[in-house]
Design a protein around this ligand. Sequence first.
Ligand SMILES: [Cu+2]
Length: 352
Amino acid sequence: MVHGNVFAGYDWFSSRRGGGRLMSTNSLMGVAWHPLGPGELMFRAMSSAELVTVGTEGYPLILQSGETAFGKPLHDRQHPHDLVMELAAMYVLPVSDDVALQLYVALAGEPALGPTAFPHRISAISDPLAPLGHHWQDSTHIAFGVVTAAIFTKTFKLDASWFNGREPDENRWDLDLRVPDSYSGRLTWNPNASWSLQASYGFLRSPEPRDPDVSLRRVTASATHNVRQGAKGNLATTFVFGENIPGEGPATPAFLLESTWSFDAHSLFGRAEYVRKTGHDLVLPSQFDTTSFSTGMLSLGYLRGFGPFGSLAPGIGVRGSLGFVESGLGSFYGTHHPVGGMVFMQVRPVPM
Ligand SMILES: [Cu+2]
């Protein structure tokens, strides 16, 4: 199976910390599987060209935080994803009609922590930009060194990981392997065909290279709802809560609600977020390092699809956003309501 999603367009945000540029967010994924012994062996690979099409400095996304560029922490920009997003093998072994075991080993891949990461979510499939809570909710989706063991039934899954909790560095073409030093556990419940819920906990040792002595605990919970509407319609919605509890400084929560509604050639999508970020996260002067601030963003977009042409479904879209910056932060942004806009093209495979 091959899957991918490519966006290209002009991305712009207002305010002192904003900016605009042409960029492309993208990913390509391949999965192959084969019976082996009493179970099934699967290989997964996922790659992104963002190291070239976004570049080291990231793309403008006001209030965003996380990872580094040119030796400095990034702020108000979203980092590119690594060339190798996933390189993993997985073995699934049924032990009865209802229960199976799973072992996942990845040079690059995701541990059992957080919801389905945003590049894989149907509720975000038409949105070219990352959520502000990425580093509170699903940023571990690229970890360099992961071992996960799982037991699952038709409705429940319990998985636990031992992994490298260090964020990817700014050299996006290599694998930043280290001895695994972090762990996580997750319980997922799919009560019926429409709902998927998970809760997870992780301990990330030394996630940020600029603060090697600071470790982080992360708690997440999420709910995803998906419903088909007629032959060509679909409504997918995700709610995510994530909280970072660092060894030093205040704990900060992040809430996200996003939805994509597709009908015939049209898609409407939206995202609402509230995240508390510290002065350290937003790279303010050091006296604000342990002060946390309320930030938020409302985004709405529309995508018009064309074709399909063979197995590819191109489209043209627009996206607008309105940010919320609390009063203590206003002087750094020069506004309490930064706005953003994007016009873009998308190419993805036709839905199965
Ligand atoms: Cu990411």
